[in-house]
Design a protein around this ligand. Structure first.
Ligand code: SF4
Length: 147
């Protein structure tokens, strides 16, 4: 079973109320064996919402919105709820939206809202990865077919 970021599946759950619908991923989903989730919605955040980025403070990850509000707790809550769903559904791999403070894997925005990227993982992607779920993004998800 695969988990797909809801926004990649065409759900308008992005911070600005739009989606990142990817036609090829949506086509792949039609074959079945996929569920969708948006960790930020699961964390209780509204759509639309003020954009957030990850800030490293004294070695600790904080998720802060552009107005300076710390939403780490909501993001962690959403990450844990996403993991619970994955466990219940038997998810072994996930296709997640890159760069997001929840779903990004490998590279995320640096916390300055300037478009700069740094090495790191979004909170949900990181938690799923640490619990044995293989993470793909929209740029490499087709490797899932070979694994
Ligand atoms: Fe998409 Fe993930 Fe952001 Fe939700 S949290 S809008 S699924 S990137």
């Amino acid at each position: 079973m695969y988990l797909i970021s809801s926004c990649l599946a065409g759900v308008r759950c992005r911070y600005d109320g739009s989606d990142n619908g990817d036609d090829e991923i949506i086509e792949f989903m039609k074959e079945g064996d996929c569920i969708i989730a948006c960790p930020e919605v699961l964390g209780g955040l509204d759509t639309p919402r003020v954009p957030c980025e990850i800030l490293n403070v004294d070695g600790e990850k904080h998720v802060v919105n552009r107005e300076g509000k710390d939403l780490t707790e909501e993001f962690m809550d959403g990450a844990h709820r996403t993991l619970e769903i994955c466990r219940a559904a038997g998810v072994t791999a996930a296709i997640l939206k890159f760069r997001s403070p929840s779903c990004g894997f490998g590279r995320v925005y640096d916390g300055t809202f300037s478009g700069e990227l740094v090495e790191g993982n979004g909170l949900a992607a990181d938690l799923l990865h640490k619990n044995g779920i293989k993470i793909y993004s929209e740029n490499n998800w087709k490797e899932i077919l070979d694994d």
